[in-house]
Design a protein around this ligand. Structure first.
Ligand code: GDP
Ligand code: IMO
Ligand code: MG
Length: 428
């Protein structure tokens, strides 16, 4: 596989964690390239369930080195608690490394995420309140604190004092809240720096060396392309670029190194938080998708909004990322539907659209045009090859392949390891 980026192709929660875990046994390195503790990637191993927020989902494989890349924003407290939880489950963390260039999520980022959301009122984005937006704002405003700064006590104190003064003015004068204490934050974060010091290094050099030695590398995306800050349903997006183009920037591997880009889609679609979603179902069918798919958030527990597969958005995303393969996840969740729909275009005021419009009011007014496919009304959960799937399921998958103009690489029929149909050899 050499270097493969694995990218969420919808609004997140497609099942990236399961696919990373599934493919990591062929990898030497797995690196996260963007996002932060807003991600929630679940992996099920028999009775044990692992929930990853910052640690790459490849960590469960002995011998795989896992990297939190420079493009990630890291909340040290959240990371240390996730590491503790993993240690208790018997996971070896000596193979984990954090980029010295990764930005640190600070207490004022958490505070501002909440205050900004509250001030948006009915226009709130529905962020996961992990400080992600404010941390990326500071990165681009050049007010950020990086892991390398955290390790240098003097640099850290000076940077923190300067930025906290500015943030406290915002917190007290604009939002009327009490200021945060420099001493408390300083002491707390110096403690985190001591604990994280052994893990913080030049991860870009590690990845470049691995590439030169032809070691297989997976680049793990978080969120999904419809939450991308440039191409998603702006402003109802996350604050990072989630698509394959950023896998290079967020890791330090040149774009020329990335040979394969795998898109991860669910066999239907979900969204958490606000913003338009053309195929959203508000009826019993939507409730059945939520119940059968256990569609409740990993990070917040919020119920996910559910709808039919949106091939208009799906095709747009496939082109943006240049997918050379796709995984269709949670096919088993459609096992009990008599008919299944796919949106193939949108209708907007008498016009037919074949890509999502940039204007959000237009997107909100789009009516999906559906085609209907017969369901299979039988369990797919035990299938290990395409031949073992019912004909109607195969027809549905082939139609998605055709509509997205992307070859099917993997089909997932359950959350467990092994409940995956591999259609192509990914080692070539
Ligand atoms: P991610 O954020 O993209 O990694 O996805 P999440 O982990 O947030 O959500 C996907 C959920 O679906 C997880 O709880 C997985 O264990 C589960 N899952 C993954 N693949 C399948 C599948 O094929 N069938 C079913 N029923 N569940 C799956
Ligand atoms: P994974 O990696 C689904 C959504 C939030 C909100 C918007 C902005 O598990 O697929 P943020 O906190 O990022 O500023 O929130 O993005 N969101 C996700 N939705 N899966 C995720 O991650 C998400 N990460 C953020 O719900 O609508
Ligand atoms: Mg998730």
């Amino acid at each position: 596989m050499s270097v493969m980026a694995i990218v969420g192709a919808q609004w997140g929660d497609e099942g990236k964690g399961k696919i990373i875990d599934e493919l990591a046994d062929r990898a030497a390195f797995v690196a996260r390239y963007q996002g932060g503790g807003n991600a929630g990637h679940r992996v099920l191993h028999g009775e044990k369930e692992f929930a990853f927020h910052l640690v790459p989902a490849g960590i469960l494989h002995d011998g795989v080195t896992c990297i939190i890349g420079n493009g990630v924003v890291v909340d040290p407290r959240g990371l240390l608690s996730e590491m503790d939880d993993l240690r208790q489950l018997g996971v070896d963390l000596t193979r984990l490394f954090i980029s010295e260039r990764a930005h640190v999520v600070m207490p004022y980022h958490f505070a501002l995420d909440r205050l900004e959301e509250e001030s948006r009122g009915s226009e709130r984005i529905g962020t996961v309140l992990r400080g992600i937006g404010p941390a990326y704002v500071d990165k681009y405003a050049r007010n950020g604190i990086r892991m390398a700064d955290l390790l240098d006590v003097d640099v850290f104190r000076a940077k923190l004092a300067a930025v906290l003064d500015q943030k406290n003015r915002l917190i007290t004068q604009i939002y009327g809240q009490p200021p945060l204490s420099l001493e408390e934050i300083h002491t707390e974060y110096v403690g985190y720096a001591q604990q994280l010091r052994p893990y913080i290094t030049d991860t870009t050099a590690m990845l470049q060396t691995a590439y030169e030695e032809s070691k297989p590398i997976l680049l793990e995306g978080a969120q999904g392309a419809l939450l991308d800050v440039d191409f998603g349903t702006y402003p109802f997006v996350t604050s990072s670029s989630t698509i394959a183009g950023n896998a290079s920037t967020g890791s330090g591997l040149s774009p020329r190194c990335i040979e394969h880009v795998l898109g991860v889609y669910k066999a239907y679609i979900t969204r958490v938080g606000s913003g338009p979603m053309p195929t959203e179902l508000f009826d019993a069918t939507g409730d059945q998708l939520r119940a059968d798919g256990h569609e409740f958030g990993t990070t917040t527990g919020r119920p996910r909004r559910c709808g039919w597969f949106d091939a208009v958005a799906g095709r747009f995303v496939a082109k943006l990322n240049g997918f050379d393969g796709m995984a269709i996840m949670k096919l088993d969740v459609l096992d009990n539907f008599e008919t299944i729909r796919i949106a193939t275009s949108y209708r907007l005021g008498g016009r037919e659209l074949h890509a999502p419009p940039a204007n959000l009011n237009d997107l909100a007014a789009c009516e999906p045009v559906y085609e209907e496919w017969p369901g299979w009304m039988t369990s797919t959960a035990g299938a290990t090859t395409m031949d073992e799937l019912p004909g109607a399921a195969r027809n549905y998958l082939h139609r998605l392949e055709e509509l997205l103009d992307t070859p099917l690489t993997l089909v997932s029929v359950g959350p467990g390891r092994g409940q995956t149909i591999h259609l192509r050899d990914l080692t070539v």
